[in-house]
Unconditional design. Structure first.
Length: 229
C-alpha cells in the first residue's frame, strides 16, 4: 500500500466562516450579557441583538468584500508590473530566476538552463515570478463577492445562537443563564473546529476560544451593571 500524506488545508471558504462565526458568537453574546444586567425586558435585548447582528453582518461582509477586492487589485497591479519588467529588463529578470533556484541548491549550469527554458514562454515566466519571487497566487475572481456573503451569513448565524434563549424566557437574567450555556458550548465547539482546521491542539484551542468569549461577556455584564447602578 502506497504512502499517503494527509494535510488539512484551510480554504478561503473555511477561513471566511471562521472569521464570521468567531465575531458573531462573541460580540452579540457580550452585548446580550451586558444588557441583561441593565434592562428588565427581553424585548429590549432581542431588538438590540437583532439590530447588532444586522449591522455587524453588513460591516463584516463589507470588510470581507473590500479585502477581496484589494487582494485582486494588488495581484493585477503586480502582474502588470512583472509583464513590463520581463519586456524591459529581461536579463535582470532571468538573473532573479537563477537566484531563486540557487537557494534550492541548483548548480550554475542548471540555473542557466532553467532560466533559459522559463524565459521562452512569457506567460509561464511571469507566473513563475509572481509565485516564487513575490509569493502571490492568483485570487479567485469571485473572491470579494463570495467572501462578503460567507462572512456576513456566518456572523449572523453565530450571533443568533446566544440570542435565542431571550426569545423563550421571561426575564433577562433567566435568558442569560441559558444564553451563557449555549454560547459557551458553541464557542467551545467552534474553537475545536477552528483548531482542527488550523492544525492546532484541539482542546487547548477550544478552551482558549471559549475563555475569550466568557471574558468578553463577563466584562460587558460587569460594566453594564456598574453604570446601571
Amino acid at each position: 500500500m502506497g504512502h499517503q500524506e494527509k494535510h488539512l488545508k484551510s480554504s478561503e471558504f473555511i477561513t471566511d466562516i471562521v472569521i464570521g462565526i468567531s465575531d458573531g458568537l462573541t460580540v452579540p453574546f457580550a452585548l446580550a450579557a451586558g444588557l441583561s444586567s441593565a434592562v428588565s425586558s427581553n424585548n429590549i435585548i432581542t431588538t438590540a441583538g437583532i439590530a447588532e447582528i444586522i449591522a455587524g453582518s453588513i460591516a463584516m461582509g463589507l470588510g470581507g468584500y473590500l479585502a477581496g477586492k484589494t487582494e485582486s487589485e494588488h495581484y493585477q497591479s503586480e502582474l502588470s508590473r512583472e509583464y513590463a519588467e520581463v519586456e524591459r529588463i529581461p536579463e535582470e529578470e532571468k538573473q532573479e530566476i537563477r537566484e531563486i533556484f540557487s537557494e534550492y541548491g541548483f548548480s550554475r549550469e542548471a540555473q542557466d538552463l532553467l532560466a533559459d527554458e522559463l524565459s521562452k514562454d512569457k506567460d509561464k515566466w511571469v507566473q513563475f515570478m509572481m509565485k516564487y519571487e513575490l509569493g502571490l497566487e492568483e485570487p479567485n475572481p469571485n473572491r470579494a463577492r463570495n467572501s462578503a456573503a460567507t462572512i456576513g451569513l456566518s456572523y449572523a448565524l453565530g450571533g443568533l445562537i446566544p440570542l435565542l434563549p431571550y426569545f423563550f424566557t421571561p426575564t433577562p437574567l433567566e435568558g442569560l443563564k441559558y444564553s451563557s450555556v449555549l454560547g459557551l458550548v458553541s464557542l467551545f465547539l467552534f474553537g475545536f473546529f477552528k483548531s482542527k482546521v488550523t492544525g492546532q491542539p484541539l482542546l487547548q484551542g477550544a478552551l482558549k476560544v471559549m475563555i475569550i468569549g466568557a471574558l468578553a461577556a463577563s466584562a460587558a455584564f460587569g460594566v453594564a451593571k456598574l453604570f446601571s447602578s
